[in-house]
Design a protein around this ligand. Structure first.
Ligand code: HEC
Ligand code: HEC
Ligand code: HEC
Ligand code: HEC
Ligand code: HEC
Ligand code: HEC
Ligand code: HEC
Length: 499
């Protein structure tokens, strides 16, 4: 009896001791320990599959040093002398990009927050966009801000093309002015695609009284105008096919409330996501975070078509019922998005909605291999129709029966074409004197080079190279006056593989 009492009180003291130690260990130390542990497990897996003895010794040493490593406060000292401690908790965060190295940019230039605090709530207080610095209501402070040395970042430059922050805010993908205009014309309110009183850069979701009080005005605002645009619009986050079924979603209207996340300006294109929108990187603080993050802390300009298809090619709108129904093959599309397309046929099945018509290049290339910078990030004009907003035509690459594609010789190292050399590893080396393609509107397509008699295109995303077949000198039966894609598609239709 006595023994049992002693044992019980010993056990109780032990429990109290453990609780005490846990309570006094700062959170940051726990995040660091988890990080050391996860990294050790990762290296152990490498070790198990390595035979090379030198490599094995090195891995064993690294594992050992991780196991012995003690948590400590991490002071990131920037070139201007400022100290930031965010990494004390976020020890595992990936480098955001090679153009923004953390040892010069730190974290606060993009995120805001309080750099010296080691308390989560205080550190995160007033973070730009609640952790999404690319969201358009915060982006002027983050991407659009000024560096310490007074240099403008992505706003306030002499060259309009470099003011992405201002351009993107006015782009039709942010405003949805096209959708507003189309539906208003359908209802007979406007004769042309001009929308009276719509201001440049204003979101169509905020346009007062868009259907002039018709009964379905509210549904139009909620289910259409506020969906799938870059200015905080809602986009779906898909459950993984294996642990969740999409059945509920396929019926349309109901799905509008299922797993919706916010599309945040620059991030929606430049930070790659999986269908679920979950973070799968090495920052251990994010293990219990909500949906709505890119896969890793990483900016890219190699944006695959799946990223654009977070909004495009997802299903059909019914402009009378003001509802949306996902495409019938959505389950396959999501599963391929997760595992990656392996070949052309795979892409054909996922790229467009069933029933859509396309030529081969509209699948073998990625969206950004064709669509120009101004197509995707805006051109500083108020467009109320997608057709006005698109800068590109089929003939820009293929020419016509009478004309070759337009080109331009690179004569100055200041040419915008060189910019992508810094950010895209697939960009083929560009030299002064090289000849690149330009569109009818004068925009550069620097991934397409005119060499000898060939027009060679390198995909910005996959790095694959393609020879562009020309209309000039071919037996093409096109009419010079009908250069729109719809006309070409009457004869050039590869959709048989995806009826
Ligand atoms: C005391 C630990 C701690 C410190 C210090 C800290 N964070 Fe965090 N942070 C977290 C945790 C934990 C999360 C995971 C999400 C959550 O629990 O809110 C997180 C999430 C985030 C997110 C994702 C947004 C979100 O709310 O989920 C961002 C961005 C972020 N932190 C940036 C920073 C920056 C910038 C600093 C420095 C100014 C910083 N953090 C300092 C613990 C910390
Ligand atoms: C060039 C700007 C930039 C810098 C510098 C930067 N971040 Fe971020 N960070 C972003 C963007 C953009 C996102 C949103 C990504 C998304 O949508 O998932 C983000 C997201 C995060 C998240 C959420 C997880 C994720 O990857 O989405 C954390 C945590 C975070 N940042 C921490 C930090 C810390 C800590 C630093 C400093 C070491 C830092 N960031 C530096 C731009 C930046
Ligand atoms: C957050 C949702 C979203 C994402 C992500 C998105 N788009 Fe869009 N996009 C739209 C919407 C909405 C419209 C039409 C707006 C309207 O008609 O009012 C549009 C229109 C367009 C247009 C026609 C108008 C124009 O600006 O030329 C092109 C081309 C286009 N998108 C290409 C792309 C490409 C390429 C990507 C990927 C790099 C992409 N989009 C990613 C929502 C998105
Ligand atoms: C082979 C080049 C090419 C590829 C790849 C391509 N587009 Fe286009 N796209 C065009 C051209 C050219 C037009 C203008 C068509 C015309 O003449 O009407 C266009 C038009 C558009 C439009 C305007 C509305 C419409 O349907 O005509 C949107 C939106 C669009 N593209 C989005 C995308 C998205 C999103 C992707 C990737 C999923 C993509 N495009 C892939 C060449 C391409
Ligand atoms: C950015 C340049 C670019 C644009 C714009 C473009 N193409 Fe192409 N096109 C290519 C390339 C590259 C190939 C070769 C593709 C391949 O080998 O898979 C090609 C191949 C073709 C072919 C021959 C293969 C086939 O489908 O039978 C046709 C026809 C064609 N394109 C039509 C079009 C039409 C129609 C449009 C407008 C909607 C268009 N192209 C826009 C680059 C472009
Ligand atoms: C709809 C998709 C989309 C959105 C949204 C978007 N971008 Fe881009 N961005 C692209 C594409 C595609 C490229 C590369 C193509 C190019 O340069 O022609 C690019 C290129 C860039 C570049 C130039 C990189 C280089 O090497 O040329 C910068 C800088 C940039 N974006 C910043 C931003 C900022 C800042 C925002 C938010 C205000 C933003 N982008 C929003 C698609 C997008
Ligand atoms: C009335 C039918 C018809 C129309 C309309 C048409 N084409 Fe063609 N095109 C052909 C035929 C036939 C050929 C030669 C056979 C082939 O290669 O498919 C051809 C060849 C081509 C080729 C060369 C393909 C190669 O592999 O060498 C290109 C590129 C092309 N067309 C682009 C276009 C574009 C762009 C348009 C729209 C502006 C267009 N065509 C409109 C019938 C048409």
């Amino acid at each position: 009896m006595k023994k049992a009492l002693i044992l019980a009180s010993l056990f109780l003291s032990l429990v109290i001791l453990i609780l005490f130690i846990q309570g006094s260990t700062p959170n940051w130390a726990q995040y660091q320990r988890e990080y050391f542990k996860e990294q050790a497990v990762r290296l152990q897996a490498q070790l198990n599959s390595t035979k090379d003895t030198a490599k094995r010794t090195q891995l064993q040493q690294e594992i050992k040093s991780l196991q012995n490593r003690k948590p400590e406060v991490i002071d990131l000292v920037l070139p201007n002398g400022n100290v930031e401690r965010c990494k004390t908790c976020h020890i595992g965060i990936e480098e955001i990009s090679s153009s923004h190295p953390s040892n010069t940019f730190g974290c606060v230039a993009c995120h805001g927050g309080n750099p010296l605090s080691l308390d989560k709530a205080t550190a995160h207080d007033q973070m730009y966009g609640g952790g999404h610095p690319g969201s358009l209501n915060a982006v002027s402070l983050s991407c659009g801000g000024k560096a310490e040395n007074g240099m403008s970042c992505h706003s306030g430059n002499q060259e309009t093309a470099k003011n992405e922050v201002d351009l993107v805010k006015t782009s039709i993908m942010s405003t949805k002015a096209g959708e507003l205009s189309v539906v208003r014309r359908m209802f007979g309110f406007d004769k042309t695609n001009e929308v009276p009183g719509l201001v440049k850069g204003q979101s169509a979701a905020l346009y007062p009284n868009p259907l002039q009080g018709q009964p379905n005005q509210k549904a139009f605002q909620q289910n259409c105008l506020s969906q799938c645009h870059q200015n905080g619009g809602e986009i779906p986050a898909f459950p993984t096919p294996d642990n969740h079924s999409l059945q509920g979603s396929q019926t349309g209207v109901k799905s509008q409330t299922e797993n919706k996340i916010t599309a945040n300006g620059c991030e929606v294109c430049h930070v790659l996501t999986n269908p679920m929108h979950t973070y799968i990187g090495t920052d251990t603080t994010m293990r219990s975070a909500d949906l709505g993050w890119g896969m890793t802390h990483s900016l890219t300009t190699q944006i695959p078509y799946t990223q654009c298809n977070q909004c495009h090619n997802q299903g059909n709108h019914d402009p009378l019922k003001m509802s949306f129904a996902f495409r019938s093959d959505m389950t396959k599309v999501i599963s391929d998005w997760k595992s990656g397309d392996t070949n052309y046929l795979d892409r054909v099945k996922d790229y467009y909605l069933p029933g859509e018509i396309f030529a081969q290049c509209e699948v073998s290339l990625d969206c950004i291999d064709c669509h120009t910078r101004q197509d995707v990030m805006g051109d500083n004009l108020l467009h109320t129709s997608q057709y006005d907003a698109v800068h590109l035509q089929c003939q820009d690459c293929h020419g016509t029966k009478n004309t070759l594609p337009k080109t331009k010789k690179i004569v100055t190292p200041k040419d915008l074409a060189f910019e992508e050399q810094l950010t895209n590893p697939k960009f083929p080396v560009l030299k002064l004197g090289d000849e690149i393609l330009v569109t009818g509107k004068g925009e550069e397509l620097p991934f397409i080079r005119h060499e000898g008699n060939s027009w060679l295109q390198t995909s910005r995303v996959t790095g694959k190279t393609f020879n562009i077949p020309l209309v000039y000198g071919s037996t093409c039966q096109q009419s010079l006056l009908e250069q729109g894609a719809d006309s070409c598609h009457k004869c050039h239709d590869r959709s048989a593989a995806h009826p």
